[in-house]
Design a protein around this ligand. Sequence first.
Ligand SMILES: Nc1nc2c(c(=O)[nH]1)N[C@H]1C(S)=C(S)[C@@H](COP(=O)(O)OP(=O)(O)OC[C@H]3O[C@@H](n4cnc5c(=O)[nH]c(N)nc54)[C@H](O)[C@@H]3O)O[C@H]1N2
Ligand SMILES: Nc1nc2c(c(=O)[nH]1)N[C@H]1C(S)=C(S)[C@@H](COP(=O)(O)OP(=O)(O)OC[C@H]3O[C@@H](n4cnc5c(=O)[nH]c(N)nc54)[C@H](O)[C@@H]3O)O[C@H]1N2
Ligand code: SF4
Ligand SMILES: [Mo]
Length: 698
Amino acid sequence: MNKPVIARTARSVCPHDCPSACALDVEIIDAHTIGRVRGAKDDPYTAGVICEKVARYAERVHHPDRLTHPLRRVGPKGAGQWQQISWDEALDEIAARFTQIEAEHGAEAIWPYYYAGTMGHVHRDGIDRLRAAKGYSRQYDTICTGTAWPGYIAGTGMLGGVNPEQMAESDCVVIWGTNAVHTQVNVMTHAMRARKERGARIVVIDIYKTATMDQADLGLILRPGTDGALAVAVMHVLLREGLADRAYMAEFTDFGPDFEAHLATRTPEWAAEITGLTVAEIEAFARLVGTTPRSYFRLGYGFTRQRNGSTAMHAALCIPAMTGAWQHRGGGAFHSNSGTWKLDKSQITGAALQKGDPRSLDMSEIGPILTGNAKALKHGGPVKAIIVQNTNPAAVAPDQNLTRQGFAREDLFLVVHEQFMTETAEMADIVLPATMFLEHNDYYTRGGHTRVLYGPAVIDRPGETRSNHEVINALALRLGLDDAIFKTIDRDVVEATFRRSGYGELDEIEKNGFVDRERPDAEARFADGFAWPDKRFRFSANWEGARERKSYQWVCDPADLPRFADHWDIIENADAEHPFRLATSPARAFLNSSFNETPGSQRREGVPSVFIHPDDAAANGVADGAFVTLGNRRGSVDLTARIRTGLPRGVLVAEGLHANKAHRRGQGINTLTNATPAPPFGGAAFHDAAVWLRKAEQ
Ligand SMILES: Nc1nc2c(c(=O)[nH]1)N[C@H]1C(S)=C(S)[C@@H](COP(=O)(O)OP(=O)(O)OC[C@H]3O[C@@H](n4cnc5c(=O)[nH]c(N)nc54)[C@H](O)[C@@H]3O)O[C@H]1N2
Ligand SMILES: Nc1nc2c(c(=O)[nH]1)N[C@H]1C(S)=C(S)[C@@H](COP(=O)(O)OP(=O)(O)OC[C@H]3O[C@@H](n4cnc5c(=O)[nH]c(N)nc54)[C@H](O)[C@@H]3O)O[C@H]1N2
Ligand code: SF4
Ligand SMILES: [Mo]
């Protein structure tokens, strides 16, 4: 075969929900076709490196299974019988049903539901414009960041940290609870540069020996949900050995005798018992960060997907406040820059049009909500209609049996706007075909670095696909809304948003593709104090302050929260009936449930499987490659056993998310995860499930 002729290379942005937000160079073969996708070499964070799944993006854009026409269900729910219809028929039917449901049950019976399939703000958040103008139920956004962000904000007062490009200038990079090789490969680019150029030490903290830990100088494998114990024991050692920066603490934190007395009880021996680490490992880690001023704490999401995840985040964040690492270039902490963009998104979300003050329903509780849980419904009426964009809750939401039961309700009118026939789309009454990022205009942010990037449409869209923005506007107009905000096109919204936010003119920005929002280094490292009125970092987490800043909702009694940074033992501990702790960590070649439809990713990930410690396998008579069933009170899932070392006994890790149907019996891994909101403000504890394990019938 002849090599395709590349007509040009277009600059774009990866739209997926990954902190890296890579700048891309996309080979354009003709008006409809792309070739290779590469990481932009001139982008300082991307630095020419992207993950393999996006490098193969041609497989996803040109996938034979892409949805290209609106479909109406003709058989029973979920039976896969469809009739192709026109856009006019589809939109008319949706508008008629929504109008009828609103008349009968009130606007709150309709719940637009979305997440971050695309991280472009115009196409991701525009659904809120329709929601606001109609007074539909709000969505309380918890599924990803619900536990992580509050824990960080409760210490620093805001969501922002030292520019992650400075990892390259660090002498010790602590990669905590993130499997960066899988989930945000660019962290490794900068951390490895520090090792190569400065001899920096790389520390990785996880619950199993990940691909990231394979690159580490010091790997700490602890029991799931025990990071808080490690953090406070590290601080115990820092104080005991004179490695704490007392001058820094006196000036910049709320450190005092009560906290010191608390830490005196948090010995490495105490923490070893809880975490499964040795005293020597805890002390070695404490001494390393205590004697290396330029220690950079890259705090991930993974360790916060435990019921005590918010307190674990806060506890880990306390360490650099005690060592004073914040003062040094290449030192400090970072979780996300999502609190630093200062964007005026009124053109996108239509906040000014808000009608009434509707209830806010927790997206992570979609299962309980759709199956009539009164508390989850905020003691209001049932949800009767949903329009979904950018997310696949039938696979990604916790407590899958409840979610699926909910979607199967005959009285629920479900519209799904999608690129593929996902598990959620399969349950729909109307399926609408969506464009991909190379086919529409948008701008993108992600927490992992400092730039806001623009990605224009660079190829023609296939079939009758329409963008999210177009669908929301078309539906709004049919529902009788006629505000000018519903008559816009995507590029103009980007332009207006940039202008209103003081970013400058899109024509100019488009020339290099980004706006750099890097803050002055002193500000990013809180050199003039932390973001509270008294400017002090909080070892005693300021949960109420975090709640106020982000309009979070309490899901627990604030009095139950530990007073100081600590291990909070509220995880789903193993018991006699459920002797294993399961984590559902990310697979390298999937991104949540995205890419599990592409052949390259399927080849790489193989069948849905679970890592088991050799002794646990032997004790349960499980051979490598055998089918096992994992279960708990929420349901059970079949997986293929992979016996391996590098994880504690009693811990199971299932990397995903594989398609539900890739599992025997069609039960996806989220059958086992818990939808009960994690304190203090909600969120799903995806890596925190107690399960039993049995040999499955082969
Ligand atoms: N390839 C790939 N990339 C992705 C994703 C994906 O699914 N696949 N998902 C994307 C999304 S939406 C997000 S939010 C980010 C998330 O990316 P990360 O911040 O990396 O978070 P997680 O992927 O949830 O988990 C990271 C690691 O945390 C570990 N972990 C679980 N429990 C604990 C614990 O109690 N303590 C410690 N120390 N570690 C624990 C898991 O084993 C896993 O290795 O990644 C994005 N990138
Ligand atoms: N067990 C377990 N479950 C998890 C996690 C875990 O670690 N373990 N991680 C959780 C996390 S961190 C997150 S963020 C959630 C994320 O979960 P989701 O937000 O559901 O992420 P995806 O599975 O990638 O699904 C996104 C969907 O949006 C579609 N899409 C992409 N772009 C567009 C577009 O422009 N328009 C429209 N209409 N559709 C589009 C894609 O085709 C895809 O089906 O999953 C959570 N679920
Ligand atoms: S998924 Fe992440 S690492 Fe891969 S290209 Fe997108 S932003 Fe970069
Ligand atoms: Mo996420």
